[in-house]
Design a protein around this ligand. Structure first.
Ligand code: NBP
Length: 477
């Protein structure tokens, strides 16, 4: 017998992905640099389905039916290149290498180009959902050739998460690096979502005066409404958890320094290159890095500012409702910014990414799965060339209804000295987009003054420069 698919790299992700394929009836060849991991997998889970354990690269490749489908699940970066170099010489034209790691899309583009020259399809694939997702059904974002998707698509659809309407959470995002790009922005949006939830928590705690257990209940209630999502659900779980050793709320015994692995940072770096304002995602990345600057924070403990005075009971409940509005409005803005980045990447690299399909495959399996994504899909289905999610009538109407509360929450936060960079960046983005005039006109004037960078006028075609150092007359530039 031969295997329909092979997985090399059998740490948590690869092992669970291999089991997922096997549980869905596929025969899976399994391989790992250190063979003991492979043996442990076959020993422990061999009963779950058809596994073919391979100790060497040659055995592994020989076990695969042709054209071969070979999934790499190793640590992203150099290990991925090392594995490609090991296997590519053993493959034949038409074979497929699927990289399911968290690769940078630029690396994926390079690898795809190099392998294409040898006739091998390289399918950079974003996989979200952590180890549980890998086992029970992740959200899958493959790039690569249309041809490779014709062969792989049905298998990926089988092992993927399914949305509530039964649709598989996988779509061919576009050629070469499109899948990893979409996964990168997914993670950026995840950062923003988490930051906004964190700010909502802090406001409910410091301004409203609720305990973590009470806030958990509030999040549980929110989770039955339009904020229904995995992240809100787990937030309630984390907040209601009590530390066994001290009896204190778990959230109070954890060091408040957030870590990151880099995909959020990439989202912002690439957005800067593409000229896309993802201020909400950027604030989320910066908020994590600020939290980690322990010495800087220590040195700043004496700085002046108000001490938050918690509200009374009735006011607190009303305030919590306002925070829900602010959170929802800010969330719409984060997704608006994230989808703008995907649209810009798609344009820059000629990927032709279907934004509605992306929203659709994030509805299940992944960390940002949420009822809300149905609405985003509907917005793009109604109008594929939607200039921005904020141009969608439904979202615009919801923000219109939320904006007074959104502003009130930020006023309260500012007055009480509670940092809310995510909420504030989202509102600033919204107000800047709405503005009929921006101070960018002044910026242009300054640039023309110090650098003769020229400007355009509102009333005439052309480019102009004012002779600032002379008689200040205007000349055509
Ligand atoms: P790790 O990222 O911890 O990688 C461990 C695996 O890489 C092991 O199988 C290891 O083999 C192999 N490996 C390394 Br390290 N260097 C190698 C080399 N030079 N040649 C061959 N193999 C090498 O595993 P993971 O947490 O399962 O993640 C796998 C991929 O999935 C990563 O790219 C990750 O970013 C991505 N991802 C992870 C998650 C998650 O929740 N963990 C979610 C989504 C995506 P060994 O056993 O011989 O050391």
């Amino acid at each position: 017998t031969s295997a329909q698919i092979g997985v090399t790299g059998l740490a948590v992700m690869g092992r669970n992905l291999a089991r997922n394929f096997a549980r869905n009836g596929y025969t899976v060849a399994v391989h790992n640099r250190t063979a003991s991991r492979m043996k442990a997998l076959v020993e422990e889970f061999g009963h779950e389905g058809g596994f073919i354990g391979a100790e060497t690269a040659e055995e592994f490749v020989a076990a695969l039916e042709r054209p071969r489908r070979l999934v790499i699940m190793v640590k992203a970066g150099e290990p991925t290149d090392a594995v490609i170099q090991e296997f590519a010489p053993l493959l034949e034209p038409g074979d497929m290498i699927i990289d399911g790691g968290n690769a940078h899309f630029a690396d994926t583009r390079r690898r795809e180009r190099e392998l294409r020259e040898r006739g091998i399809h390289f399918v950079g694939t974003g996989i979200s959902g952590g180890e549980e997702g890998a086992l029970h059904g992740p959200s899958i974002m493959p790039g690569g050739s249309v041809e490779s998707y014709a062969s792989l698509g049905p298998m990926l659809e089988k092992i993927s998460a399914k949305a509530k309407d039964g649709a598989p959470c996988v779509t061919h995002c576009g050629p070469d690096g499109a899948g990893h790009f979409v996964k990168m922005v997914h993670n950026g949006i995840e950062y923003a979502d988490m930051q906004l939830i964190g700010e909502a928590y802090q406001l409910l705690r410091d301004v409203a005066g609720y305990s973590p257990a009470e806030i958990a209940e509030i999040f549980r209630t929110w989770n039955t409404g339009r904020l229904d999502s995995y992240l809100i659900e787990i937030t309630a779980e984390v907040l209601s958890h009590v530390d066994a050793a001290t009896g204190k709320p778990f959230v109070d015994v954890v060091v408040d320094q957030a870590e990151q692995k880099g995909t959020g940072r990439w989202t912002v770096q690439i957005a800067l290159d593409l000229g896309v304002p993802v201020s909400g995602i950027a604030e989320a990345v910066f908020a994590r890095s600020l939290s980690g600057h322990a010495k800087l924070r220590e040195a700043s403990q004496g700085l002046a500012g108000p001490t938050a005075v918690p509200l009374g009971k009735e006011e607190a409940a009303a305030f919590a409702d306002r925070v829900e509005q602010a959170l929802y409005a800010s969330k719409i803005v984060s997704y608006t910014q994230g989808f703008h980045e995907i649209a810009a990447g798609s344009e820059e690299y000629g990927w032709d990414i279907d934004l509605g399909a992306v929203a659709s495959i994030w509805r299940g399996g992944c960390i940002i799965r949420a009822a809300f994504l149905d609405r985003i899909r509907a917005a793009y289905d109604a109008r594929a060339d939607l200039p921005s999610l904020l141009s969608d009538e439904t979202f615009a109407r919801e923000i219109a209804a939320a904006q007074d509360d959104w502003r009130e929450v930020l006023i309260a936060a500012t007055r009480q000295g509670v940092p809310t960079p995510g909420f504030a960046a989202a509102l600033a983005y919204y107000d800047a987009l709405r503005a009929t005039r921006l101070p960018a006109a002044l910026t242009q004037g300054q640039r023309d003054f110090f650098g003769a960078h020229t400007y355009r006028r509102v009333d005439r075609e052309g480019t102009f420069h004012t002779l600032w150092g002379g008689d200040r007359s205007e000349v055509s530039a």
